[in-house]
Design a protein around this ligand. Structure first.
Ligand code: HEC
Ligand code: HEC
Ligand code: HEC
Ligand code: HEC
Ligand code: HEC
Ligand code: HEC
Ligand code: HEC
Length: 467
């Protein structure tokens, strides 16, 4: 850039910023916290969203707040932002949007005091991406989980996470914000389809102990081929038969580019619930899967593989049921290390026992069962259906064996201790630490042991609000 041009931009920006700085400061409608003063949903009165909710759920929380005042043209935005946020302007220039005159203001507005963050509806307006937005929203009809319902039903309404300190569970909102904006797979501001097609993009969220999709995929033949051969691929090609040698996440789940990623999946709480995908009722969905595999395999090979995966999942659920019976008997006999009444009550369930519904504020044997179901069990499902041999057998199935043994050993110890105590006339009162402690005290709970969700109407203050 020439020195003359630089000086011009400096003065242009200086004038605009000073204009903003010397005018009245922006004040939120709802006081200092503005829209962040209360959460949404049925627990809304009880929790406060962290600041990042402004961008993760812009429709409900975003409020412009900066010193720059004025209504600007498309070129003004770019000239000034070249200096304030150069990375964004560079990315935007690389995007198809820059060629199509979709400038900053089209997605954020012209009035700098009334800027907004775009939602899927913004992307669908003026016929721009109406097709993708419609398909994306149609996920809501396919049951859950689904991208289009990831945030409101599954995070905001989940009492078990609302009762945790919000900074601890910030990750929930970050991954689940996929419901609220289209930049989850099309990273801003390039919004490239070629980036969205890559498995690493899905893996940004589909990873970790409860959804090991990327780990399973990467250790499968499909993932390995994508890795060793993918550098030679033209990722600008659409996801169609013949365009790719090995399938990626989007190839299989967004076949032919559909933005409804759940059309063919069988809803099973991530695999926590036992579903026989090979059953007659799902024959149509299974056929659709085999048709996809058929791009590169014989349909006989594919159907046989998927039938094998169905059986693998069934065995894992047999183990889970066996372990469950052991824990349930302990609860029935009152032999858990601490019974639900001895624990801090839950915001949404009070002292009701909820095996598998919680991974915190419970006893060890209940937690082992949770891991067995929600971490190991879902990994077996995901690895079987993603063709990852070691993951399903050594990593998850044999770990489930270990959990089953631990549960039996622990149950045996608890029963023997109880018998000894009875014989010795000891009446053990559970230790206070089950109910109290620096972290435990920070959980949002309801204080009356008898109270449950239904008799705790919105507006009453749980313990934490008065802090
Ligand atoms: C005079 C310079 C200037 C102009 C012109 C300008 N902006 Fe900004 N903009 C800023 C500054 C400064 C910030 C605050 C940046 C920061 O927080 O680091 C900002 C912030 C933003 C943000 C972020 C809001 C947030 O809270 O995350 C967006 C979006 C934005 N501008 C869009 C635009 C658009 C669209 C235009 C044109 C209509 C525009 N800007 C014109 C200087 C400018
Ligand atoms: C096609 C739509 C689109 C265009 C064009 C666009 N943006 Fe954005 N922008 C987005 C989306 C989507 C987000 C993310 C919103 C969120 O996180 O809630 C975003 C977020 C932002 C943010 C806040 C987040 C951050 O990383 O700081 C700034 C600042 C911003 N854009 C500036 C710009 C500027 C400057 C331009 C023009 C060079 C521009 N945008 C053009 C869609 C767009
Ligand atoms: C920004 C995070 C994020 C990205 C990126 C992402 N997902 Fe998801 N995905 C989620 C969340 C969160 C859910 C669960 C939604 C819910 O809670 O109902 C989900 C659910 C799904 C489901 C439905 C699961 C079911 O049980 O039926 C499929 C299939 C899926 N994603 C595939 C993909 C594919 C393929 C990609 C990449 C092209 C991808 N996702 C990218 C976050 C993401
Ligand atoms: C789960 C990941 C994911 C999400 C979320 C997502 N997309 Fe896509 N998008 C993709 C993939 C993958 C492709 C490539 C499809 C193909 O190859 O046919 C794509 C392609 C597109 C294209 C075609 C672009 C081109 O250059 O051909 C548009 C337009 C688009 N998406 C818009 C959207 C809009 C609007 C939203 C928000 C409602 C959205 N996408 C959300 C993954 C996603
Ligand atoms: C070869 C095709 C294929 C590829 C590649 C693939 N998947 Fe899958 N995926 C499946 C099948 C088949 C199922 C089981 C679906 C069913 O019948 O419910 C599944 C299940 C899932 C589920 C759970 C859906 C449910 O039913 O609960 C998610 C989430 C998911 N895959 C995400 C991904 C992600 C993320 C990637 C890439 C890292 C990926 N998949 C790669 C075929 C594939
Ligand atoms: C790394 C990203 C990520 C984080 C962090 C995350 N999730 Fe998810 N979540 C996902 C994905 C991906 C799925 C879909 C998995 C599948 O279907 O197999 C999902 C599924 C779910 C489901 C759907 C369960 C069902 O069966 O209907 C719920 C509820 C959920 N998450 C809540 C939460 C909560 C609450 C938190 C925080 C404590 C959280 N998630 C943290 C990515 C994430
Ligand atoms: C775009 C092409 C493509 C699609 C679609 C595809 N695969 Fe594959 N698959 C391959 C390639 C290539 C290999 C590597 C073959 C080898 O091992 O030599 C492979 C390997 C496999 C393997 C491991 C090889 C073996 O013999 O054990 C299994 C199992 C498998 N695929 C199952 C499936 C299933 C089930 C589907 C559908 C849900 C599917 N594939 C979809 C291309 C594809």
């Amino acid at each position: 850039m020439s020195t003359k041009k630089k000086i011009f931009i400096f003065f242009f920006v200086f004038t605009l910023i000073s204009f903003g700085l010397f005018s009245s400061a922006n004040v939120h409608a709802g006081g200092e916290l503005g829209k962040l003063a209360n959460g949404e949903g049925k627990w809304g009165k009880f929790w406060k969203p962290i600041e990042m909710y402004r961008w993760w759920d812009p429709e409900h929380y975003f409020e412009a707040d900066n010193e720059v005042e004025g209504t600007f043209s498309d070129t003004d935005c770019i000239t000034c932002h070249k200096l304030t946020t150069p990375g964004i302007v560079i990315a935007w220039k690389e995007s198809k949007h820059s060629g199509a005159l979709v400038t900053c203001d089209k997605c954020h507005g012209n009035d700098h005091q009334k800027l907004f963050m775009p939602t899927p509806d913004t992307c669908g307006t003026k016929g721009c991406h109406a097709k993708q937005v419609k398909q994306f929203k149609s996920e809501k009809d396919s049951g859950k989980p689904a991208h289009a319902r990831a945030f409101h039903p599954d995070v905001v309404e989940a009492g078990w996470q609302i009762s945790k300190p919000q900074p601890e569970v910030a990750g929930c909102a970050q991954c689940h914000s996929i419901e609220n904006k289209c930049d989850a797979c099309h990273f801003r501001h390039t919004f490239k389809a070629s980036e969205a097609r890559r498995p690493e993009t899905c893996g940004y969220c589909h990873n970790g102990p409860d959804h090991r999709d990327i780990e399973c995929y990467e250790s499968s033949a499909h993932g390995v081929i994508t890795k060793i051969d993918g550098d030679n691929w033209d990722w600008d090609k659409t996801l169609k038969a013949g365009n790719y040698r090995s399938p990626t996440c989007a190839y299989c789940h967004m076949y032919n580019g559909t933005h409804n990623a759940v059309k063919n999946t069988v809803y099973a709480h991530m695999g926590v619930e036992e579903k026989d995908r090979g059953a007659e009722e799902y024959a149509g969905k299974r056929k659709a899967w085999v048709n996809i595999c058929n791009d590169c395999h014989s349909s006989r090979f594919a159907a046989a593989y998927l039938r094998g995966a169905d059986e693998t999942v069934k065995v894992s659920h047999a183990k889970v049921r066996e372990a469950k019976a052991v824990v349930e008997d302990l609860h029935k006999d009152g032999f858990l290390e601490a019974m639900p009444k001895d624990l801090a009550p839950f915001l949404d369930a009070g002292h009701k026992w909820n095996l598998g519904g919680r991974m915190y504020n419970i006893t060890e044997i209940e937690r082992i069962w949770f891991d067995m179901l929600v971490y190991q069990g879902t990994t077996i499902f995901k690895s079987a259906f993603h063709m990852s041999a070691d993951m399903q057998t050594y990593v998850a199935a044999f770990q489930q064996d270990e959990s089953l043994l631990k549960i039996k050993s622990e149950a045996s110890k608890l029963r023997r201790i109880k018998a000894l105590e009875e014989k010795a006339g000891i009446n053990h009162v559970p230790y206070d630490f089950w109910k109290k402690g620096e972290y435990t005290d920070s959980l949002l709970v309801i204080d009356s042991p008898e109270k449950t969700e239904s008799d705790h109407p919105k507006g009453e203050h749980p313990k934490k609000e008065s802090d």
